[in-house]
Design a binder for this molecule. Sequence first.
Ligand code: ATP
Ligand code: MG
Length: 384
Amino acid sequence: MKKLIMVKYGEIALKKQNRSYFINALTKNIKNALRDFDQVVCNQIQGRIVVENIEESDEIAVLDRLKKVFGIVSLTRAFEVDPNMETIKETALQIMKEKHHVTFKTEARRSDKSFPFTSPEIAKSVGAFVLIHTDDITVDVHHPDITLNIEIRKKAYIYYENIPCEAGMPIGVSGRGCLLLSGGIDSPVAGFMIARRGMKIEACHFHSYPYTSLEAKEKVIEIAQKLKEYNQGIQLHSISLTKIQEEILLKCDESYLTVILRRFMFRCAERLSEARGLQALITGESLGQVASQTIESITCTNDSVALPVLRPLIGMDKNEIVRHALHIDTYEISIQPFEDCCTIFLPKHPQIKPTLEKVIAQESKLDIEKLIEDAMTTLETIRL
Ligand code: ATP
Ligand code: MG
């Protein structure tokens, strides 16, 4: 009898032609997530992935890592035994003997059709065996405390847990993107959501040092550390916007600062993406949340780049976003009060409904290309 963790995947199993590509990507990501546990082995079996050879003391840590691997729908600890009825019954009994005063039912699934019993026969006979050999366990087919599952494949698997996970798609199968990561609540959530669709993200943070503090930078590193766990590692790029900001304040109408600054952020992120082979920009914008997120402002920022801009939070309310931020454990970091480059020099009356024409007229007072090139020389990258 062998104890292991069984990984169930949902959506990716539906991909007919590319199925093995998706499952191989998931297997690779699982191995990567568990690389600190040298002895652990990860294998594909029909319809499932199994993780074996786990030290008892590592079990919880292994489960925690797996819960952050996108593409996994649920997990369970399972017993693997030889596929014969006697062994299956004994194992089922051993599991259920540790439970007291509970109701249960059995469910069986047979993907090895050469096994001499049908699924209902297996379920019934294992259930009866458990019932006969225990005193304080009863059957409830409608609302059981425990559903004991028996799966017959090359081996038999017996389990009762169902630990729900993130689902989504394995990191890497949807290309690579550039997350504009501020220190705020929204952008980490945006990164999480796009990564969950299989896009591996690199983060790009803009600072205005020395106007913004080093603590603000530390805060972004801390947030990126959280995202890294889901994203199979992460690169964090940072670029200084100080010069650009000073130029805008010097030469343009102050009320256009925010929208022009955002256009520069997008342009720098696009430059970075070209160099890194990233295929989209990702932001935490949510329609109407602040002045820079009206449809007019979004139209103006969008216009500055050719890359697609993904905005997974666009239709979400703040409380929904906060719920996600709590879930990915970035909320407490994000609410620490450090200045962001968007919040310094904030104009008293920012343009809420800027027109592209006027924005371009304001920008014509700047040497755009030179400003971008200079900003790109401040690029620093850390690999987390
Ligand atoms: P967040 O909570 O993500 O900071 P926000 O509600 O404060 O968002 P804005 O400041 O308008 O809204 O920023 C909108 C989006 O622009 C952010 O979600 C982020 O993707 C990007 N962004 C803003 N500031 C920065 C920055 N300093 N560095 C990188 N990206 C940024
Ligand atoms: Mg912000």
